[in-house]
Write a protein that binds this ligand. Sequence first.
Ligand code: PHB
Length: 407
Amino acid sequence: MTPPGLAGILAFPPKSRSRPMKKTLAAAFAASLSVLPALAAQPVKVGVIAPFSGPAADFGKQMQAGMDAFFKVHGDTFAGRRIELIVRDTGGPNPEVAKRLAQELVTRDKVDFLAGFGFTPEALAVAPVATEARKPMVVMNAATSIVTVKSPYIVRFSMTLAQVSAPMATWAAKNGIRKVYTLVTDYAPGIDAEKQFKATFEAAGGEVVGSVRTPLRNPEFAPYVQRIKDARPQAVFVFVPAGEQSVAFMKAFEERGLKEAGIRIIATGDLTDDDVLQAMGEPTLGIITAHHYSAAHDSPENRAFARAFRAVGKGLDRPNFMAVGGYDGMAAIADVVKKLGASIDPDKAMEILKHEKMTSPRGPIHIDPATRDIVQTVYIRRVEKRAGEYWNVEFDRFPDVKDPGKR
Ligand code: PHB
């Protein structure tokens, strides 16, 4: 917003001026200079859009705690400008609400960046707003390959389902798994996961013996899980959105006795989400997943992150992959503020964002400038119990994985 002093001067009619008028103008100009330091010190505004209520409330809470953990470790002021979060709840998945909130953040709150985005449909709904308003849009989860294609102002600091599903398939094929049934949630990221898993697994000599897609809202998993049991595959490959759905799937898997029937679970790390792993407990023991982040990742950066997260996390116990997306996305925004300082030009900001490279709490990451998508290590993990707690313990890795799903 233009400070009132400056706005008053700009609005002055440029008519013929008498001497006293010139004096007044000079005095007003001098006065306006005194507001310039204040202008330079205006906060940089980041509009955060994610669910903070409803079944996926922890998506937003984890992301925000990740961003707050970044501020805790590195401070919130760069090049003299404080970063201010303006947080908006979609209660989603709710693409229409996400779009309206983005429009308001741009026009009314005059944000410099849009950030957050738990669900793909919400990110897709906001993409045209980012393009039209020329606002850098920092994606901290939404993980369908197509997302970054939808606006030149999108950059992603999370993952794609194709990126984690391909290593899962490679690992399974190499480790004696030949016949797999797939179960994914019936929307864009699930379909990406299913397609990529099948393509990579079959290219490596495996066979997908059946596939089901379950509804995004209130799925009743029991009948699908029964169908899988009846097909007697060696393993079921699963993608469901992290959190509530992970819990519901695991419950059905346990109740229908698939473990006893000798059917293993292989999955993307969304299933054994750190946010709910402890609550799911014993039935998750031994589940193998592929993902880009585990709270158990052993590095000094992750230890510092987890410590800061616990201090700011408002009751959240462990960071999950959405928190690390928030942390790294905020690191990138802070880097832009450091480099551009007083004036955040959106195109210059995108140039910087496209070339980000850092040591994240998850390991080394960089953005591929051609796609504005993340390149990172994908880890293979097994759920283990250590000192009474359940953890995704990393035991194998695929370094420098690009999104294989770009069309
Ligand atoms: C997505 O909608 O892109 C999404 C949501 C939750 C996940 C992964 C992807 O766990």
